[in-house]
Design a protein around this ligand. Structure first.
Ligand code: SF4
Ligand code: SF4
Length: 425
């Protein structure tokens, strides 16, 4: 690990002043049983059942999993197989909204008396990391090691995306109350709210509101990519290094995304589970870029239409940011718990790939000191020993190497493929 040099990207945060608006109710909702990292859920409903908002419609006994709740009231119209963007096949529950938006009788604020009941409640909320990875929040909040520092990840370093920023501006109070709740229940002494310096209004707000409390530290980070990657943000806020094979808890740290911590507070007050996402909708094919609240499960097509997108001219649609997001093969795919942005363009990167010129730029920008050009070479001859020695499994798929490569080699994508050919044991 070294101080992040990172790459400077054009921010393009054109929606930073767009107050979040509610998407009209879609005509269909598709809820995959795997929207989180971990074991997929099993549907708890059948075709023809009626459901209400917040009703649990999928769950699993495995601890490393979170339940799925209905984001609308309506009728289950189908339960089909669904392939996630990670290639996992699971069931997906389709629901036709009835327009009544009746709230389930199951919805009540959780009774929280101690750490155990808090962790249990967070699992029941269906929460998983909103920053993109979808790690179950109740697991993250229950480490076996002693934690002295809570880092709130408010870097939001990907271009275009402003959904975390809008959470900080629109729901400042929820963020702070969520942080205090987690800090007090887990007995954590110190809080670092890490914000990139391209968000001066948020920095000012949080500095003012936390000034009297010495436990809080607002850390202003340079605007370089990938500042928000977990190991990078830990190093740049605490100088602690999470070694290979170790977790943040091994260095006494928990990192939580800023929107996740605000959700935690709201859930403890209302009992309404994780059923809605704030999404930044942007890209040159979108005529009316916006931040929107959408029910989880909404087909992307509904959102693109709401934002007056030139659907006929679409060449590339990305769920997430341009660096780490996934290209969407079908705009009828749904918003997931991890969806923080939807980008639509009338062009795609059609530059030709050429031979490596051994310039070393890919290794230079890698935040964890990997050698992407060497990994690329080893993958082409399927040299598993070399791939292991080059530590490809550590690659966090930030995309910096692909972005910087003058030969337009798809290095980050190759790393993902290389990981799949390394035997698990
Ligand atoms: S995608 Fe992987 S190899 Fe490339 S810069 Fe990021 S961490 Fe390094
Ligand atoms: S940046 Fe591209 S051209 Fe340069 S060493 Fe890496 S793979 Fe080769």
């Amino acid at each position: 690990m070294r101080k992040l040099k990172g790459i400077k990207l054009k921010h393009r945060k054109n929606t930073e002043n767009s107050v979040t608006v509610q998407l009209p109710l879609p005509s269909k909702i598709i809820l995959p049983m795997s929207m989180h990292m971990g074991v997929p859920c099993t549907p708890l409903v059948r075709k023809g059942d009626t459901v209400k908002i917040g009703q649990k419609i999928g769950d699993c006994e495995a601890p490393f999993s979170v339940p799925v709740h209905s984001s609308v009231s309506g009728t289950v119209t189908a339960i089909n197989d669904y392939q996630t963007s990670m290639g996992t096949v699971c069931k997906a529950v389709e629901i036709e909204p009835d327009g009544k938006q009746d709230i389930s009788d199951e919805i009540q604020p959780p009774v929280i008396t101690d750490k155990e009941s808090f962790i249990k409640a967070i699992r029941e909320s269906g929460a998983c990391g909103m920053g993109g990875a979808g790690f179950p929040t109740h697991i993250k909040l229950n480490p076996a090691k002693e934690i002295d520092t809570l880092i709130i990840n408010a870097a939001e370093c990907e271009p275009y995306i402003t959904s975390d920023y809008r959470e900080m501006i629109e729901n400042t109070d929820d963020v702070l109350k969520g942080i205090r709740l987690v800090k007090d229940i887990l007995g954590i002494k110190s809080v670092k709210i890490a914000i990139e310096k391209n968000k001066p209004e948020a920095i000012k707000k949080f500095e003012e509101l936390t000034k009297p409390d010495s436990a809080f530290d607002i850390v202003t980070l340079p605007s370089v990519y990938p500042q928000g990657a977990e190991k990078v943000i830990i190093y740049n806020t605490t100088n602690r290094i999470v070694e290979e094979g170790k977790l943040p808890a091994d260095v006494g740290v928990i990192v939580i995304n800023v929107s996740t911590v605000a959700f935690i507070y709201r859930y403890t007050q209302t009992g309404i589970p994780f059923i809605t996402r704030r999404i930044t909708v942007e890209g040159n094919a979108v005529r009316e870029p916006k931040n929107i609240f959408a029910p989880i499960g909404t087909p992307f097509a509904d959102i693109l239409n709401f934002c007056n997108t030139d659907i006929d001219k679409l060449k590339a649609v990305i769920s997430g940011g341009p660096m780490m997001g996934m290209c969407i093969p079908d705009i009828n795919m749904p918003v997931l718990k991890t969806t923080n942005a939807l980008l639509a363009f009338d062009h795609y990167d059609d530059r030709k790939t050429s031979a490596c010129i051994r310039c070393g730029r890919c290794a230079d920008v890698c935040p964890i000191n990997l050698m992407p050009a060497e990994i690329d070479k080893a993958y082409r001859i399927k040299d598993i020993d070399d791939l292991k020695a080059l530590k490809v499994l550590l690659c966090m798929n930030c995309g910096s190497c692909t972005y910087i490569c003058p030969a337009n080699r798809k290095l980050a994508e190759t790393n993902q493929l290389a990981k799949t050919i390394i035997p698990k044991n």
